[in-house]
Design a protein around this ligand. Structure first.
Ligand SMILES: NC(=O)c1ccc[n+]([C@@H]2O[C@H](COP(=O)([O-])OP(=O)(O)OC[C@H]3O[C@@H](n4cnc5c(N)ncnc54)[C@H](OP(=O)(O)O)[C@@H]3O)[C@@H](O)[C@H]2O)c1
Length: 323
């Protein structure tokens, strides 16, 4: 098989395409031949070492394609099934990956492998953020940062489907137009405007009950100023760098705020909950409540370019690699 590996943490240039033997399957495992591979911002954290990996290592947690072999004891899947997965092991930037069968979902015929690779990790993330962690109610106004990104575009549409009023942030006018077209009620360009000031205006001083913030360091404190008393700050990413050294006292002075730093794995901890969340995602896709735009495609060998583009904020929506 061919796959991307890193021998050291660092920039995109650390990613090298290599040839490797396909490992032997252990009981309970599947060999998946990828038709498409999901690129997620977390892959950049693994590459840089913000979330370190034992080296050398493959990269990437998400892929979709055909089951080429099944390990002993696997009853859930057969050779030829089309599946997707998004919890690793790191090494999905490859023609093939060996995964635990219990982490895969069978794909309905209505979802292509490209769409699945573009949306499983991001869609399950949105599912837990707005349906489990803080179940968003019709009529609620929520602030969702990086609304034009992969996670953001799914979130904006799903929030609208639930009947929420959505305030989205973006880093350019082009991205602003895009998220407006997806139904975002209010768009703030956080490169040119102060988000909390605009949220005060939009909500006529009421502020919002929940902020979903994946930008991290650059937006954290201002996000707290967007929250109504007893509001919930969901800090779920580090696109601008990790949030560190928080003085808990500011949560009291800003209104007895709550803060959480969640991660997908804890909201899909077992087969039953993965299937439940997956079915919720597939249903909203089937209903048309969330429509997946065509993802931006890169060849597997161009993974370094894809990472550079993602980190330089040049991309919109989901990115995939084609092996
Ligand atoms: N905790 C979890 O369970 C979980 C799961 C999945 C994803 N995430 C997080 O969700 C976020 C979105 O993931 P994604 O894969 O869909 O990526 P993405 O949103 O497509 O890309 C990140 C976006 O963040 C914005 N951004 C703001 N400041 C940035 C900076 N200094 N550097 C780079 N980007 C910046 C950019 O949009 P603008 O140009 O519009 O600012 C950029 O396009 C990431 O932070 C990721 O780590 C968390």
């Amino acid at each position: 098989m061919t796959r991307i590996e890193i021998a050291a943490h660092g920039g995109p240039e650390q990613m090298v395409l290599v040839e490797r033997e396909i490992p032997a399957l252990k009981p309970g495992q599947l060999l998946v031949r990828h038709e498409a591979i999901g690129i997620n911002f977390i892959d950049t954290y693994n590459r840089t070492g913000l979330y370190p990996l034992p080296l050398p290592s493959g990269l990437g947690k998400e892929g979709a394609g055909l089951v080429e072999a099944v390990g002993d004891g696997v009853t859930r899947f057969n050779i030829g099934d089309r599946v997707a997965y998004c919890s690793g092991p790191n090494g999905s930037y490859a023609s093939h990956n060996v995964i635990e069968a219990d982490t895969a979902l069978l794909l309905p015929t209505t979802i292509s492998s490209k769409q699945a690779a573009a949306s499983m990790l991001k869609g399950l993330t949105v599912q837990y953020l707005i349906r489990q962690l803080h179940p968003v109610k019709a009529g609620e106004t929520v602030l969702f940062h990086a609304a034009a990104g992969g996670v953001g575009q799914i979130a904006v549409q799903w929030l609208k489907y639930l009947g929420a009023t959505v305030i989205g942030t973006v880093g350019s006018e082009e991205k602003a137009e895009l998220v407006k077209a997806l139904g975002c009620d209010h768009v703030i360009n956080y490169r040119t405007e102060t988000v909390s000031e605009r949220v005060m205006e939009i909500t006529k001083g009421a502020k919002v009950p929940v902020v979903y913030d994946s930008v991290g360091k650059a937006t954290f404190e201002d996000s707290l100023d967007c929250l109504a008393p007893r509001g919930l700050m969901v800090s779920f990413g580090n696109a601008s760098g990790p949030v560190e050294g928080v003085n808990l006292g500011i949560l009291a002075t800003k209104g007895s705020l709550m803060v959480t730093r969640p991660t997908l794995a804890h909201f899909t901890p077992n087969r039953e909950e993965l299937e439940k969340a997956g079915n919720d995602l597939f249903s909203v896709l089937a209903s048309g409540g969330v429509k997946l735009a065509n993802p931006t495609e890169y060849a597997l060998a161009d993974a370094p370019k894809a990472h550079s583009d993602l980190e330089a904020r040049k991309t919109q929506g989901s990115l995939i690699l084609i092996p």
